[in-house]
Design a protein around this ligand. Structure first.
Ligand code: ATP
Ligand code: MN
Length: 529
């Protein structure tokens, strides 16, 4: 350990830790195996099990102070906490960290040099350090030498808060402090907190610079046309952006500036449960590669990953540097989008597989942020569960949804992008009766839309959401285009569609005050009740 390393964390109040500064992949494998964090799977991935197998949104706090008080949209996922609570917890954490082994990665959040954030990520777990190295933008050697961190993240999973004394809700906490430019995390091993914590920071900071931060994937066609894919978890951002005919820019978080779009990340975090190697060959390969982190994937006795095994969680993940996907935009930046796609996995089987949105419908759908999950494992629950998560990412959006919606509307108008709504969920009936859209059909629909093949096609309007549906799409059977035709019981379709439209209206009430009445009116009333 060099002297600079010893001094590295003095600002944090950590004086005598053993520090690994910017360790590489080999070193992190060795450390993770030595510390018993995981094992090496056949083919090479570092495979780990975590205590929490998903994020802990209820334990995420933002320090309320002069900087945030008037700017954060408090309530919902944005829970205020006092600066004193943060200071005390940080002090306890740093005392706890003395003498420990810590991993430090200096990385960028953002590929665009003008907007990227320099972040120093200090973690207790070696595997987190590898995750961070995979997922963030890796500085060059030169950039590392002169690295000045603007933000610091301190993540110590074995440090657990005492809710009775520490002023938090449970042993787990994720606290963002904009004034001190720090995030502290304790009591959870789920690596996704590292990435989504910084995402929330960018989502707060960038709108003030005229940049639209987005929970979306992005890719670019052979003619240079850019497409964005917004959607909540499980709707297909990662799956559909990795298209053999298009170059991947990023699979989850982007910014839209006056120049175009840029990836916030340098890697992807793909769900791998029941991954089909034929439908998703590029992502499948990452589950057999050295350098990948496989989270909560069960290994067979021979050490090969069993992607069908959801016994630890259905949220099994592969985290890999984007360079593991062959077909990418190296610099992580591209021009203005020609198409914007809103993905929804509608388990009611109501929304059309592909429809085109007006500007008002764009705002309406963006602010609604709908998807519907399949029923959980609770006995007797057979109905799909609707989720409305504003901006397709409510847990990561510190500001009022209206701010993001206005920015998006502005960018879409200026670029002239066409906006589409794509249902990657059920068709021919709701969950239990119908079936999930095939990835092949969804890809064919999206490719037809992105390539301009639908420009000359006739569209028809359906009555429940007033959505414009193409009447023919090459490579896709016509019966699936209009969801009502795909159901064998069309009265059941009408009932379900009416019910879902009612859920949209009910949810939208809380936003009506803050939006143009034309946006609210873009949802037809006549189909109600
Ligand atoms: P997250 O925000 O959690 O990363 P995501 O939007 O990236 O979520 P994906 O990881 O792409 O979501 O998950 C989509 C899942 O749905 C994958 O497991 C994919 O195999 C499956 N799937 C099934 N049918 C389709 C379809 N028609 N289109 C897209 N994905 C589908
Ligand atoms: Mn994803």
């Amino acid at each position: 350990m060099s002297l600079t390393q010893a001094a590295l964390l003095h600002d944090l109040g950590i004086y005598d830790a053993t520090i690994h500064h910017n360790p590489g992949v080999d070193e992190l494998y060795a450390a993770a195996l030595r510390l018993g964090e995981g094992v090496r799977a056949a083919g090479g991935p570092l495979t780990v099990r975590t205590d929490k197998t998903g994020r802990s949104p209820k334990d995420r706090f933002i320090v309320e102070d002069d900087l945030t008080r008037e700017r954060v949209w408090w309530g919902g996922f944005n829970t205020p906490i006092s600066g004193d609570v943060f200071d005390r917890l940080l002090e306890k954490m740093t005392a706890y960290a003395q003498g420990k082994e810590l991993f430090v990665q200096d990385v960028f959040a953002g590929t665009d040099p003008e907007y990227r954030l320099s972040v120093r990520m200090v973690t207790e777990m070696a595997y987190h350090s590898l995750f961070i190295r995979n997922m963030f933008v890796r500085p060059t050697e030169e950039e590392r030498a002169g690295f000045q961190p603007e933000w610091t993240v301190l993540n110590i999973p074995s440090f657990k808060a005492d809710p009775a004394r520490d002023g938090v809700r449970s042993e787990t906490f994720i606290i963002v402090n904009f004034t001190r430019r720090m995030i502290i995390v304790g009591g959870t091993q789920y690596a996704g907190e590292n990435k989504k914590g910084i995402f929330g920071v960018l989502n707060f900071l960038l709108p003030e610079r005229g940049v639209m931060p987005m929970h979306c994937s992005a890719n670019v066609g052979l003619d240079g046309d850019v497409a964005l894919f917004f959607g909540l978890s499980g709707t297909g951002k990662t799956t559909l952006s990795a298209d053999p005919g298009r170059k991947l820019i990023g699979d989850d978080e982007h910014g839209w500036t006056d120049r175009g779009i840029f990836n916030f990340e340098g890697g992807c975090y793909a769900k791998v449960i029941k991954l089909n190697p034929e439908a998703e060959p590029a992502i499948y390969r990452t589950t057999r590669s050295y350098g990948t982190v496989l989270e909560n994937v069960v290994l067979r006795p021979d050490g090969t990953p069993d992607l069908d095994d959801g016994s630890l969680t259905e949220n099994t993940r592969s985290a890999y540097p984007i360079t593991q996907i062959g077909n990418i935009v190296e610099e992580g930046m591209a021009g203005h989008p020609s198409n914007v796609v809103f993905l929804t996995a509608d388990a009611f089987g109501v929304l059309p597989p592909l429809s085109r949105l007006t500007p008002e419908q764009t705002m309406y759908q963006f602010i609604s942020g709908f998807t519907a999950k399949i029923p959980g494992t609770e006995q007797g629950v057979t109905e799909p569960q609707p989720t409305f998560s504003t901006c397709f990412g409510a847990p990561f959006m510190p500001r009022h949804p209206g701010e993001y919606a206005r920015l998006l509307a502005e960018k879409v108008e200026k670029s002239g992008a066409t906006v589409w709504l794509v249902n990657t969920g059920w068709s021919g009936g709701q969950y239990g009766q119908g079936q999930r859209m095939s990835i092949a059909h969804t890809r064919a629909l999206i490719n037809a839309a992105l390539s301009g093949q639908l420009d000359g096609v006739r569209f028809e309007r359906e009555p429940f959401f007033d959505l414009e549906i193409p009447t023919e799409v090459p490579g896709v059977p016509s019966e699936v285009l209009n969801p009502r035709d795909a159901w064998s019981d069309q009265e059941a379709y009408d009932r379900t569609a009416r019910k879902l439209a009612g859920m949209f209206r009910e949810n939208f009430k809380r936003f009506e005050d803050g939006v143009d009445p034309a946006v609210t009116a873009s949802m037809p009333e006549h189909a109600q009740g």
